[in-house]
Design a protein around this ligand. Sequence first.
Ligand code: NCD
Ligand code: ZN
Length: 345
Amino acid sequence: MTDRLTIRRPDDWHLHFRDGAVMRDVVPYTARQFARAIVMPNLTPPVTTTALAAAYRDRIMAAVPEGVRFTPLMTCYLTDSTDAEDLARGAAEGVFTAAKIYPANATTNSAAGVTSIENLYPVLARMEAEDIVLCIHGEVTDHDIDVFDREKAFIDSHLRSLVAAFPKLRVVFEHITTSDAVDFVNAAGPHVAATITPQHLHINRNAMLVGGIQPHNYCLPVAKRESHRLALRAAATGGSPKFFLGTDSAPHLRSAKESACGCAGIFGAPYALESYLTVFDEEGALDAFEGFASLHGPAFYKLPVNEDTVTLERAQTSVPRCLHVTGEEIVPWHGGQTLGWRFLG
Ligand code: NCD
Ligand code: ZN
């Protein structure tokens, strides 16, 4: 039995840092495990221009602890009025690594998102020409579509045609939650990939709704039924370069989660690698972990792999019920549970 695993240092290809004091307190958790992270732009106001992204990147860098090497990779929040020229310049200058589509009102801080994806096609054409990666929150927002069907509906009504219209555009289908998404990505060409979160590998929707409402298991897209979770586990651990790590760590204070209208988002950063590795271990796929965590993402993003390594050992890790950001309580993913792997650094 393997009791120690050393892999190239991983990257987190989908992450929320927020801003200000919360950001300063959460950045160290990610920088401790990961070399780079794709930082989501859904701040208030959103990160829509090169200038805003460059300033945000500086604020993140200032929050990286002394002596720690960490590189934030910035994304542009696409809106109905995105300036393709500014986006192309930002990418050329190395400020933007990707741009993100949030369908308007699909999730936290997405009110300024795109109201019609098809209207964005001129911007997507420019992104294809400049080889800028497109990250997509793939859910429709129509009120008459059941929340559990919104990802599949997005594939059928938008994603299939988008990918066909821009055959060379690199597209990351973010935080996929369904077997439909797994099938879509597997059937698409090599320019279509997906990130998978730890929570969608660990839980199905029962964890959110059985035994009382469980706000700390609520994120968007919501966890689906068990058959979908199993499809995601097969995809993540199966060795395909189309699937890679993206925690979607989304810090919300405990008070905002445990509320009559609780926020969507799970704070997965603090024990992210322990969480993922537990899944790979359960699936008998430790050999596939480095690909998912450290190799497939850089290959897709056309970035070098990290040269240094991290080591995890088989040992119990007790995840605290509660951590603190800005002096307030925040509940981490797996809070109060014990995981079977420990991160050594
Ligand atoms: C994210 C957040 O809080 O910013 N929430 C979530 O449930 N995942 C936004 C997102 O990625 O949808
Ligand atoms: Zn997210």
